[in-house]
Structures are given as C-alpha cells and as structure tokens.
Design a protein around this ligand. Structure first.
Ligand code: SAH
Length: 257
C-alpha cells in the first residue's frame, strides 16, 4: 500500500541511525529506502540496529545527489525540526499522511530527512513542495532521525488502516495530465534563472531571495508536464528575443562606428 513512498536520508553520519530507520520503516510497511552520500554504509552498526530489517538495508539505493534520489518523484517533502528563513507551506505528519498515503498508483512521493547535526540545507528544502514538522516542544524540537522517521511512517500506516482521504482527493490535479516530476521542475528553475540573468532582472552578484520565492510560487501551483513545457517554451522565446536584440545592438553599434 505504501510502495509509492520513498524515505530519503541525506548525508547520514551514524550508520546505527540508518539501521534504526530501516527497522522503523519495516514495522510500518514501507520498503523503499534511498541514502544520499551516507558517511558509513554498509556498516555493522546499521545491520545491528536494523534487527530483522536487513532486507530493507540490502535493497537500499545509495546515490551521490539528491536529484538521483528524488528525480522521478512528483511530490517531494522535506522534514525539518525548525522554521527557516523563508516560510514554506508546513504540515504535520498526519496531514502529510492524508495527502501521500492515497496517492498510490498516481504519484511517487519522496520524504527527505536531514543530517543529524544540521538537518537539510536551505537549497534542499527549497526543492520541496511541502515541509513537514513534527510538533515537538519549542526549545527542544529536534528528534533523533530514526524517531522522526518512525513518527512519519506511523502516520502513513494509520492513514492506510483507516483509509484516510485528504479533503483534496489527489495531490495537485485530478485530470489526465501527469504532474511534472522533480527533474522537470529543476530544469525549469535552472532555465528561469538563466533567462532572468540574461534580461538583467536577476543580478547574480546580488540574487537575494528571488529564486527561492519563485520556486515557492511555482511549487505551490504543482504544475503538470504540459504546464512546465509551456513555461519552458515561453522562456525559450524570451531567450531568442534577447539574443536578437543583443545581435541588433551589436549590428547597430558597428554601423554607427
Ligand atoms: N539540528 C537539526 C536537526 C537535525 S535532526 C536542525 O535543526 O535541523 C535530523 C533530522 O530528523 C532532521 O533533518 C529531520 O529530517 C528530522 N527531524 C528531527 N526533528 C524533527 C521534527 N521536529 N520535525 C520534523 N523532522 C524532524
């Protein structure tokens, strides 16, 4: 039932935590574990803490970048112990479960968990549609990573057992066109950034929060594949217009010279 949900651990330091995560997942019926640049893996400590969940560890995919981990996912969620500089849509694990558990067969979901010492970076969090915060007490808000995975996976399992449906029946759209995946969205953001620099709207030496704000806007809209293609097409025409104008300026200058 939860086959479409992937747990992604980014740069985990302690292999014991990876084992404890595998156990937490298996207890709740999840199996897809992806590790982005773990410090030590495979490792005896991971196997020991996994107890009987070594099958999850054996099947875990180890990758070098976040993009490899979540590229094929239509919904990417980042977990965080604290609020960040730019506010993002934040939900709790129960709300996440109501959205993500029923998506089986429609969208692949990635849930990211950060480093034990620093959590996820702002860049990683800005790649996410939603942030999930476990409402712990202020001033002591950070759970052990495997405990955080346990809480999230428990809510996912409860949503399956109780057949919980989100008020919105699907993530994003409920029409025929598939949602854009992470890779397609990242290509759009890269293209948008290049074009904004070319038209001198974005100053690369002083970018401020323009790209995070545009990411947040577009991720809130949950665009489908066709919508992303239309935006890329518009950007391509802007690129052409800018290139034509620059050529025109050069021609004009050389004529005037
Ligand atoms: N000091 C780090 C916390 C790292 S805890 C920070 O301030 O971000 C390691 C990971 O466990 C986090 O990156 C997050 O994925 C998860 N986690 C811990 N506490 C959490 C909470 N209250 N809500 C959601 N995720 C949490």
């Amino acid at each position: 039932m939860l086959d479409h949900i992937r747990i992604v651990l980014v740069n985990t330091t302690h292999p014991g935590n990876i084992g404890a995560v595998a156990r937490a997942m298996k207890n709740m019926g999840l199996a897809d574990l992806c590790l982005v640049e773990p410090k030590h893996f495979p490792d005896e400590a991971a196997t020991a803490r996994a107890s009987g969940a070594t099958d999850i560890l054996d099947a875990a995919r180890v990758v070098g970048t976040l993009e490899e981990a979540v590229g094929d996912c239509q919904l990417v969620v980042g977990t965080s112990a604290r609020g960040r500089h730019i506010p993002w849509p934040v939900i709790d694990p129960r709300e996440l479960a109501a959205i993500a558990a029923p998506l089986s067969g429609q969208s692949r979901v990635a849930i990211l968990f950060g480093r034990e010492d620093r959590g996820l970076t702002n860049e990683e969090l800005h790649a996410c549609h939603l942030h999930v915060h476990i409402p712990s007490v202020e001033g002591f808000s950070s759970l052990n990573i495997a405990a955080a995975v346990q809480v999230v996976c428990y809510e996912l399992r409860m949503a399956v057992l109780q057949d919980v449906r989100a008020e919105r029946p699907q993530w994003g759209t409920d029409w025929d066109i598939e949602l854009a995946d992470h890779v397609e969205l990242e290509r759009l953001f890269e293209h948008l950034e290049r074009t904004l620099v070319d038209i001198e709207f974005l100053d690369p030496n002083n970018p401020r929060q323009l790209m995070p704000r545009l990411r947040r806007l577009l991720l809130r809209a949950v665009p489908d594949k066709v919508e992303v293609n239309v935006l890329r097409g518009i950007l391509k025409m802007v690129d052409r217009a800018v290139a034509g104008e620059l050529r025109g300026q050069r021609v004009g200058r050389s004529k005037a010279d």
